[in-house]
Design a protein around this ligand. Structure first.
Ligand SMILES: [Zn+2]
Ligand SMILES: [Zn+2]
Length: 436
């Protein structure tokens, strides 16, 4: 992959953070104390937390297991919903793949035997041509839904990984809850292709009337998407802060920031200079490998997921909650509560015995002004708190505050050796600049 140099961000002051005093804005759900009393609003519907993964591959593209094996894995491991997101395909057509011991086989004879043993021969569609070549028909999304979905228990949401490239640079987005397949758009530049993808997904949402989510995948893969690209394409509102594939580039390298640092940079530019929307972070598996035990593989299941707070377990409700930012990303830490009030952000962990937790509150504070506006250090650690509950009181000069909870427990199936289980809470916008 072509590499681009990245300007180190440590200690970077955003020299052009423009502000007006009137720009101070709190979250929409926090009423201003001086606002006139509004008529009583109808009670908000009760919401529950649902665990899901929005990024998964199967034999429909380059995953190494049949879709029913993949879906069953997630259903049996405590997930409430799953998005099968194969590359540029929806699992709705008729597709046969070669299996058994033969050239170009996609499933070994042993794995095929195990599949038949587990699901029964009637559940595995096989044909053999006169020359002895064996083929298996892949299960479709409607078939998988009929076999695995349970009301309020487990749900499959339509999805796809729009797999595009600009020259040698890979550009991947996941779409959740669309009706039809959305083809890669291409573009002369990464930013052009990003914007065209967002527009194609918006057109699909308009056409169908469905809530449809699009998230940018593994921005550091191939060093394809820079922090400035992500900031500048304002329609990008979701990205993978954690991608379980070991080539995903979460940790960055000497020339490229890690995805958390990227997040802070983008939030600071969007909120402090561009008048744009915040970006929300997801954790996903990007799972491809199911035939070997997870710790040995590049992209096994169960590394990263989201917990979504929704009214019900339906494709529209889950997607709407994601679009509204009512979720957090996790690689092992489960939260009992997130309270984003007018004056503070409080995070409570669903603590486990013999495990300790540390919460970092991270944000960009405006610490001064130059001729063009305010300046601040990008993504400073504002407070670090040990224990199962942590609360940060806003000073009022933060563009945003987000929280990261790290466990004392090592991830059992890590993206990288030594990773600890973590939860990433979405940024709360405290104040923002006037848009340019
Ligand atoms: Zn990808
Ligand atoms: Zn993928």
């Amino acid at each position: 992959m072509r590499r681009r140099r990245f300007r180190p961000l440590h200690g970077l002051l955003l020299a052009a953070l423009l502000f007006t005093a009137a720009a101070l804005r709190l979250r929409a759900d926090d009423a201003s104390p001086s606002a006139p009393a509004a008529p009583a609003a109808p009670a908000a519907p009760a919401r529950r937390w649902f665990k899901g993964n929005t990024h998964t591959h199967t034999l429909w593209s380059d995953g190494d297991a049949p879709p029913e094996v993949v879906v069953e894995w997630y259903k049996n491991h405590g997930y409430h919903f799953l998005v099968l997101s194969d590359h540029n395909v929806l699992a709705t057509s008729t597709r046969w793949i070669r299996v058994g011991k033969q050239p170009k086989s996609r499933l070994s004879a042993e794995a095929l035997a195990a599949l038949i043993e587990h699901f029964g021969s009637a559940a595995v569609a096989l044909i053999q041509n006169p020359s002895g070549e064996l083929a298996m028909r892949l299960k479709t999304l409607p078939e998988l839904r009929a076999a695995f979905e349970t009301p309020a228990g487990f749900l499959l949401v339509t999805g796809e990984e729009i797999t595009d490239h600009v020259g040698e640079l890979p550009l991947h987005h996941n779409v959740v809850n669309q009706e039809g397949m959305i083809a890669p758009t291409g573009g002369a530049t990464i930013r052009e292709a990003m914007a065209a993808t967002i527009a194609a997904v918006e057109a699909e949402a308009q056409r169908t009337g469905r809530p449809v989510l699009v998230h940018l995948n593994h921005p550091n893969y191939g060093w394809a998407v820079t922090p400035d690209d992500l900031a500048e394409v304002r329609g990008e509102r979701f990205f993978e802060v954690y991608n379980g594939h070991r080539e995903g580039g979460n940790a960055g390298d000497a020339q490229h920031p890690d995805t958390e640092r990227m997040w802070d940079y983008v939030l600071s530019l969007r909120l402090g200079r561009m008048g744009g929307d915040p970006v929300f972070g997801l954790a996903t598996d990007d799972a491809h490998n199911y035939q070997k035990a997870p710790p040995q593989v590049a992209a096994g299941p169960g590394r990263g997921w989201v917990w979504v707070q929704a009214e019900e377990l339906s494709p529209d409700a889950i997607t709407r909650a994601l679009l509204a930012g009512r979720f957090y990303a996790s690689s092992g830490v489960t939260l009992a509560a997130i309270e984003a009030a007018a004056d503070a952000l409080t995070v409570t962990v669903a603590a486990e015995p013999d495990v300790t937790y540390t919460t970092r509150f991270v944000g960009t504070r405006v610490v001064g002004e130059d001729g063009r506006g305010a300046v601040g250090e990008v993504g400073a650690v504002l407070q670090e708190t040990a224990g199962a509950t942590a609360s940060y009181r806003f000073k009022g000069d933060e563009l945003y505050v987000r929280a990261v909870v790290t466990s004392s427990r090592l991830h059992p199936n890590p993206y990288r050796e030594g990773d600890r289980e973590t939860a990433w809470v979405q940024p709360v916008v405290v104040r923002r600049a006037r848009g340019r």
